[in-house]
Design a protein around this ligand. Sequence first.
Ligand code: HEC
Ligand code: HEC
Length: 356
Amino acid sequence: MFLVSNMKKFAFILCSSFIMTQCTKHVGTTADAVATPYTLKVPPRFPAPLIPLENPLTEEGVLLGHKLYYDAILSSNGLSCSSCHISNKSFSSPLFVSKTGEHISVPPHINLAWNTEYNWNGSQPKLDLLCLGDFGPDFFNTNMSDLVSKLKAHSEYPSLFKKAFNIDDVGTLSTDELQLKIVYAISQFMRTLISSDSKFDKWIRHEGQLTADELAGYEIFFTEKGDCFHCHGYPLMTSNTFNNNGLDAAPTGPNLGYFLVTANESDKGKFSPPTLRNVELTGPYMHDGRFQTLEEVIDFYDSGVHWESPNIDPIMTKAFKKYGLSLSPIQKSNLLKFLKTLTDTSMMSNPNFKKL
Ligand code: HEC
Ligand code: HEC
């Protein structure tokens, strides 16, 4: 995580200064183009999405981003975003191991337009700038002049860049400008990856049933028995906060979490609670993938929480939890069944999200 998050943070700093100094230069912006506004369909009960003014969604921008997301043209090593963010795994994939040997669970892409910060430890507040880090040597190792030649010679990209951003010739952009347009388009596409049709959503909307076991699991999740909803609340199934759920007695290195971003002692051990939508598909679990299965996660919340962890969330240390949640095997199995009702298979089969 040091590697990935610091790299992304570095990219962010680089890019922020780039924006401040360069953005007034006119290189063909969405404002110039005749691109068609794209309106996100906000699911019932969802709050308003957070779309930055500098990168509004357009039909053409989303289409360009969609194509680029799946295209190894961006890299010199055959990788594309979709190598690690696989559509039928809810845009997650098995564990990523960095060059320094750090284990990082690959976060899924679901309802990203509602996140207030990104990466496990919140190192990146802007989705639009996050993937700038991917051009670097640890990911795409992009050769920018090769990329420009390939884009210019491509049968579709010149017209897609023109329609999305009114860019006549990508070769006239500086490296920073071109990278920014690419990640803007990809971010527009990622904001369309909405999931709101799980079995649980349908039950909430009175469009379907839950079984008795799933309902019993729902009760545990949404009451003080399990207390899960405080950090993984409906509808996003994350609270967009930072919390220490007690994974480590004395976190060190990457396990320090949000502390590595803020340097505040009171942030040691805190992480952003991931959305639990499609959680059945996104193992291994926790920022470092320490749990292989959801059964292990439930066992952890039931009896493995480290009360002595610094800054542990008060929700985890209510007096009656001293010896764990005391879930019976049946209750654990019901909680698991409930978690599986958060799977949205329609998202996985949506042609608008698949490789074009
Ligand atoms: C080699 C694997 C790999 C590739 C390729 C890759 N990613 Fe990721 N991505 C990761 C990992 C690992 C993380 C988690 C990093 C962290 O939290 O420290 C991540 C995090 C993210 C996040 C943050 C999600 C969240 O919920 O906070 C987004 C968004 C993202 N990647 C988008 C992209 C895009 C877009 C591309 C292509 C430009 C891409 N990724 C390419 C592995 C990869
Ligand atoms: C105090 C806030 C809090 C509470 C309460 C809480 N969680 Fe979490 N949860 C988190 C945080 C933070 C993470 C990420 C921790 C990390 O990776 O370091 C997490 C991670 C998870 C994950 C892993 C998801 C993934 O994609 O890797 C699952 C599953 C999960 N929680 C389920 C539950 C269940 C079930 C309950 C109730 C028994 C619960 N949580 C209660 C904060 C909380």
